[in-house]
Design a binder for this molecule. Sequence first.
Ligand code: A3P
Ligand code: MG
Length: 432
Amino acid sequence: MDQRHHSHHRPQHSNNHHDNYQSSFKRDMDDSGGGNFQHKRFRPGHKHHQPTGPSTPPSSPPTQSLSVQRQLYERDFPLYKQPVEVGHFSLDSERRFFNDARQLRYYVEPEKSCPNFNLRDGYRGRFVKRDDGVKEKLDHILRWILANRSKLQSKETAASSSPCALGVDIVTWRGHLTKLLTTPYETREGWLLAVTRVGGTLYISEVETEAARQDRENRTERHEEMMYWGYKFEQYTCADDARSLPDPGGVVNTNEAFCTVVQTRLAEHRLLFSGEVDCRDKDPQAPSPPACYIELKTSLEISTPKQRSNFHRFKLLKWWAQSFLPGVPRIVAGFRDHDGVVVSVETYHISKISQLIKNETNCWKPTVCMNFCCEFLSFVKSIVTEDNPRDVHLFSWEPHREVTYSIYRDSQYSFLPDWYIREIHHPHPPQT
Ligand code: A3P
Ligand code: MG
């Protein structure tokens, strides 16, 4: 991988369930891990956003679509600054927000390399599932921003013309960025991203596609149960504090979450995003966040060369993108059989994943993911140039198509709540 990739950032990290990583999950559901890239050519639209230069000249009108074709993004790795944790928050068993780390858990290494964890245990009687029909949009991040404005505003931004200037270009969930990173390789699921500009900052919030809603409402019983397995693995490997042990007899409640808030820069885009973190290294000497964080995953055990290749080509792409973004350096993966029994546990270092996949033919490239994301953000900036909390530009993408958009005012897509707009417009005393 490119030099800059190494020097600027060795991230990694975990998802939150605002992260809709349905595609990786569904591929996993197949249990075969199958699926092939398709090499359809895109149909270039007229007035096409040129994904080569940093920006279009100020005089030219904004282009109307953005190509997702991989070859266009095969160039040097863009600058991606080491993400810095600027804060964190917790959501309790009832999804209440706390501006602290009460939900952070500590990783406890399994005693045996073949731990025999039964991931099906507790599904019937000790499981409280978050209602994924409730769309929280960016609300938790917005609450965090209001509670921590002083940490964000540099003297420069506080002195600037707009009282609501946050000093960042983009506010979003890590999971939305993960989707952007994997878009050039996605052949199954499209996305919708709503964008509103306030105080010079672009807020990006996902809208569930009709297809995703149908999938969610028509999950099979097995699918529902398998979605529990990943959380059960977390319970087998995490303790509530650095000195205690996991409690596999407890209740799994997927409302609970610990989220990191990180700041970083992708080329010229200053980003502020949040993502759920599964746990941290329990050693008090471990490096400071996000470097001490650990992402937990489960996957079907690999028994054939075909399965290994699919794991590298499809699953590691999602795993890498999710953790690289916030700078989480490690993934601990529990490999399970078809009955949900974990038969082995392995650690993946995010910085080594590109090495690991190098011999795979037709494989994904980190640079394509990052360059596409960067171009998408430039495309959004060129289109959403006016501040107005009532306006939403809805960016839409379907596999084998280009990214396009449409504009709405006071619609069902508006997502910035009044309590946020009111508060953010109050001048805030700069931190001294
Ligand atoms: P796995 O990671 O073992 O697949 P995360 O890994 O991002 O921390 O997510 C934790 C778990 O959420 C996943 O475990 C999986 O069990 C569950 N999950 C995966 N995809 C999901 C989806 N689309 N919706 C809800 N939950 C999902
Ligand atoms: Mg996880």
